[in-house]
Design a binder for this molecule. Sequence first.
Ligand SMILES: [Zn+2]
Length: 451
Amino acid sequence: MVDLQLEVVAIGGYEEVGRNMTAVNVDGEIIIFDMGLKLDRVLIHEDTDISKMHSLNLIEMGVIPDDTVMKNIEGEVKAIVVSHGHLDHIGAITKLAHRYNAPIIGTPYTIELIKREILSEKKFDVRNPLVTLNAKESIDLTPNLTLEFINITHSIPDSVLPVLHTPYGAIVYGNDFKFDNFPVVGERPDYRAIKKLGKQGVLCMISESTRVDFEGKTPSEKVASDLLKNDLLGADNQSNAVIVTTFSSHIARIKSATEIAEKMGRIPLLIGRSMVKYCGIAEDIGIVKFPENTRMTGDPSAVDRIFRQIMKEGKENYLLIVTGHQGEDGAVLSRMVTDKTPFKFEKYDQVVFSADVIPNPMNAAQRYMLEARLKRLGVRIFKGAHVSGHASKEDHRDMIRWVNPEHIIPSHGDFNLTTAYAKLTEEEGYRLGEDVHLLRNGQSLKFERII
Ligand SMILES: [Zn+2]
């Protein structure tokens, strides 16, 4: 007799870094984890405004997860649970969530970002109730299923490790995380709660594998802050423009830059639409407090005004924190260097890239072009003030040993990454095909225990 009906459905993110979506079906009650975009697919089709596009076209383009597999899954979706606010985890909500009669559950910062996404959506009317759940809290989803949010660190605030407690053991959704013991924003990971899971019994852990091929442990955000300090306070830049570019959602990094601005005697100025969105929300809900004199400007005419003011008053009075670290067309830094704003670069101005180049040929080309243009103007380029937001191999090993799951499913990576993760699990005594499972998008894994 079979006494267990539990199925994990890999919908997106199992063949790529991006468009994450997983469903867990427990006796006909389905919980969905994440609904994300694959960002480079959006760039390939660059002239398309995805806010007006239909889900099926976007599925065909590979931009969002192909959730048509859900038609074959028997059961009712009870909740859509989101782990954190990165677009590869929430960016497809506006295209897919309306098909499910279920609430969307996330931490306060994540839910605020989802609200903005829904406001800018032009094709679908997303009316799913939005429910906030704080880290360290639990909520009963059904009489049989409880959701727990464990505090974790990553490269965006309010990230959690969602855990679904079922009558058959817990399901841990480990997308995305790092173990940062000196976070600049938020608290350290809740190691106690993670270790407690391992003692209670975890049936299955789904884990990201984005950076499992890096040996050792991912450095803390404190290290990135010190590197940034070194670049900004250590260079001879007193009479020049100083510009930092990083991810708009990386609130900790931006906080560090604004605090260093204070030490430099400069006014921190956050420029770019997405910079204002992510930082504005973070400040509004009390996640971060930027220095009193910090200014934010997003809308293009206001950006032009502020650049005119900077050119008039002297660039040396400001630290500019701008979008465009990948060289994206239309982002502030690209516009500045191609004379599409009143800002004028001069020899010895300083640009600090506080972000890695996202490893795909398109980003590499755009970034190459941006750097070449800056160099032609005599701008000094600084790189390397960055640490990853993803766990490295030894972090993953700790996670596996603490959580001690019966089964593991690697996700959030291409074949190379998920197999590298599988190899690590074999070092920890697991065996591929027995208790470690490599799933492709659209495949599912049924757990059956015979008594
Ligand atoms: Zn992430």
